[in-house]
Design a protein around this ligand. Sequence first.
Ligand code: C2E
Ligand code: CA
Ligand code: CA
Ligand code: CA
Length: 278
Amino acid sequence: AKTGGRNGIRFFDPEMQASVSARTALESELRRAIREKQFVLHYQPQVDAGGRLTGAEALLRWQHPTRGLVFPDNFISVAEETGMIVGLGRWVLETACEQLAAWAKRPETAHLSLAVNVSAGQFRQTDFVNRVLETVRQSGADPLRLKLELTESMLLDDIEDTITKMQAMKHHGLSFSLDDFGTGYSSLAYLKSLPLSQLKIDRSFVTDVHTDPNAAAIAKTIVFLAQSLGLTVIAEGVETEVQRRFLDENGCRDYQGYLFSRPLPLDEFERFTVKREE
Ligand code: C2E
Ligand code: CA
Ligand code: CA
Ligand code: CA
């Protein structure tokens, strides 16, 4: 193969070529997947300090016709860069709301809340608020049980637009959790101006809570901050009893992670709810 032209420029890089066409293939497969609704939501249980199930986070999975179940880290960024996240996000929200409405009809699941991830490109749509409210209304879901997970970076991007949108949705009963908290801009001044109800401690701090004093200090500080601001706090990625105990001793009351359960397909999640109630 040619390794370079006269001035060292490589005109043909097989590796780069391969990655470009892989990306193009992924884009068109994703476009088709959205059209054909090749997606499914998995539900990861959220529990309180007493181990009681309080709700779930909806997590997107792509049921690829040949590659099997594909996880979001392999396609969400492409969906965001191409704008496909808007259509995909609508499907997620509709499916989540329909599920909430179905759970409300059964005594074992009527108390559950559902958290849904929202991307920046989705949130910035001018009709985002109306879409959300209309989706909730049409599904018959109780807005008090729907929680949107937002990230610091997306909220700070246009703080006025953010506050207007959040307040309009809050007015209709929705609540907001600040996802991956501690990994973003860490500008604390904005926190008090946002109508949040929960901070979600990022998994990176939870993982190292008993091995890294800095992670422990950050986790404690987030709990303290939440308490000071009158917000609830949930820890994500809790895998061990040691982590859970540390968080519990420092005032955290809500948890999510493999210690309790992995994200589950709907039927397994529903079996899990029944099992917990017995
Ligand atoms: P996230 O919002 O931080 O979601 C938590 C991720 O951590 C999930 O990965 C979950 O399976 C994983 N996880 C939960 N508990 C544990 C644990 O104890 N240990 C470990 N090692 N991991 C744990 P997943 O499902 O692969 O999702 C990855 C990311 O994809 C999510 O991160 C979220 O940013 C994004 N995502 C997922 N679903 C959606 C969606 O519907 N819309 C948008 N916009 N983004 C989504
Ligand atoms: Ca999340
Ligand atoms: Ca998270
Ligand atoms: Ca995270």
